[in-house]
Design a binder for this molecule. Structure first.
Ligand code: UMA
Length: 486
């Protein structure tokens, strides 16, 4: 009997999967708690039925396709998930990515990119490299493009997917040819019992991988270094470690394969010994790039992203010249250390995607003379870790729910102001930046939005927060122009 799919959640991923299933003639029912989204689905001939009504076809449903944003357990299981588990014995719970993997052409490889920070940038960077090399790839996933925006049966050189821990919860048979793990630091602690459980969920990307597959693993965070050492002793898959710091680079050199830092240069070592069935034993060394020399993507975190994208493209077989061309062409993603404008001598950078402390920390590390806009919904991930970087910060402009927590932690080290809203914070930061002037060695002052928090107290999501920031900056620019400035 043909399975009947129940699609719960008709946001970007759920709608796209439902639409594809409907077009293919599969039996399906769908639901979303949001009326507008239900109406949109119905307008596209998707059958919408309330799971709490008597006419819901529980006797036919075998597979629940659950949107990543809908929790199965923490903070609390969604009532529809609980009900489905009660109503259907041996219910299979998967998501759109798992469904796509089952229906794609077998020979089309997937590169799956996960980690806590940098995965969107690495994904987009890799996409640019493939395009520069004339390859046809579908870039999708957590980056904001549902996988079913591509046709699974189309002829492609590959799919490049950003995959979140939410997504990895429900992808039991997912098998990437190349996986990338950028780093692990605490995040999403409302959805997982512990940091360990969050990391374990991310590690599910490896579950079906074999010795014919490659894992590019950033080892500059402690938990990923630990994972690398474990995997090394297990011999699970080909390991290509990436380090952009002096501390972990010796591990790469010892492994004889991967990307590492030497003096201020990033180098790649590759040994044919590690290739299955390769008889010759040769080690090749390439000098790749200078730390921090990309014109737009500043900071060590971007060197890490760039090195991970480099490694994945290299293992995929993209020629070095094409990789370099793609690396150079990439302009960065919106809301990730995005340059917005220079007004008078003040630079405005939008890093709204810095939704946790670790990401804010990396952003702070990339600039000097910072007027830092921070705060929102604090995730409990140790603000105090920014203290060593506060010499770079001239003043902090606090917004949102977490103002008190941030002030308690930072105010004895740096001047903090309770701006409250983003609107006030941007104006106050600009005024201060103009009066305080340049930093050490003449560096330009930077108004940096890197909140270190989620946005949900004041905005729909980090994208809306970043867009509002851009609009505010543009308004200031216009006003400044009218006053007769450059
Ligand atoms: N819904 C209900 N009841 C609920 C909760 C939600 O019906 O109690 C419905 C909502 O009305 C909505 C849908 O379920 O229509 C929620 O879907 P979703 O939150 O899973 O959102 P999608 O639009 O499908 O977007 C998802 C990813 N969202 C999440 O993981 C939260 C997007 O990642 C991803 O880009 C998209 O699929 C395409 O693959 C976003 C994200 O915030 C960027 N990711 C998190 C992050 O990066 O930190 C993990």
């Amino acid at each position: 009997m043909m399975p009947c799919y129940f699609i719960m959640g008709l946001g970007r991923s759920g709608f796209s999967a439902a639409h594809w299933l409907e077009k293919q003639g599969y039996d399906l029912v769908a639901w979303d708690d949001n009326t507008t989204l239900r109406e949109k689905a119905q307008a596209h001939s998707i059958k919408v039925v309330d799971p709490f009504e008597a006419d819901f076809p529980w006797d036919r449903v075998s597979t629940l396709i659950l949107s990543p944003g809908i929790p199965m357990s923490l903070p609390s299981p969604h009532p529809v998930v609980t009900m489905a588990q009660e109503k259907v014995t041996s219910l299979e719970i998967i998501n759109d990515m798992e469904l796509f993997s089952r229906h794609k052409r077998r020979e089309t490889p997937i590169i799956g990119i996960t980690g806590t920070n940098g995965k969107s940038t690495t994904t987009a960077w890799l996409g640019e490299i493939f395009r520069s090399s004339g390859k046809k790839v579908g870039v999708a996933g957590n980056i904001g493009i549902p996988v079913f925006d591509f046709d699974p049966s189309s002829f492609m050189d590959g799919f490049v997917w950003e995959i979140s821990s939410y997504q990895l919860e429900n992808m039991p048979s997912f098998h990437p040819r190349i996986a990338v793990i950028t780093n692990f630091t605490p995040d999403h602690l409302d959805r997982y019992k512990s940091e360990i459980e969050y990391y374990k969920t991310k590690e599910k990307i490896l579950q079906k991988m074999t010795q014919d597959d490659w894992l590019v693993i950033g080892i500059d965070s402690e938990p990923t270094l630990r994972l690398f050492n474990q995997l090394k002793s297990m011999g699970k898959c080909g390991l290509f470690p990436v380090s952009v710091t002096d501390v972990t680079s010796p591990y790469v050199r010892e492994h004889g394969m991967g990307i590492y830092k030497e003096h201020q240069r990033i180098k790649m070592v590759f040994s044919s010994r590690m290739i299955p069935n390769e008889k010759k034993s040769e080690t090749t060394l390439w000098d790749l790039f200078s730390l921090g020399d990309h014109p737009r993507l500043k900071g060590v975190h971007n060197d890490e992203n760039r090195a991970c994208a480099f490694g994945a493209a290299f293992l995929f077989g993209v020629p070095l010249d094409d990789i370099e061309m793609g690396i150079k062409k990439f302009q960065g993603l919106p809301h990730r250390s995005e340059y917005i404008a220079q007004i008078r001598d003040v630079l405005f950078i939008n890093d709204s995607k810095a939704t946790n402390i670790e990401a804010a920390l990396k952003s702070l590390n990339a600039y000097d003379a910072i007027y830092w806009i921070a705060g929102g919904v604090y995730k409990g991930d140790h603000i105090a870790r920014v203290l060593p970087l506060l010499s770079r910060v001239k003043e902090v402009f606090l917004i949102g729910q977490s103002m008190q927590i941030f002030e308690d932690c930072l105010a004895s080290t740096v001047s903090c102001r309770r701006s409250g809203t983003l609107d006030r914070a941007v104006r106050e930061a600009f005024n201060e930046a103009q009066t305080m002037g340049k930093g050490k060695g003449g560096t330009k002052p930077v108004v940096l939005l890197a909140p270190g928090c989620a946005s949900f107290d004041q905005f729909r999501d980090f994208e809306e927060r970043g867009n509002v920031f851009k609009e505010l900056v543009m308004r200031i620019k216009e006003e400044t122009k009218q006053k007769g400035d450059r």
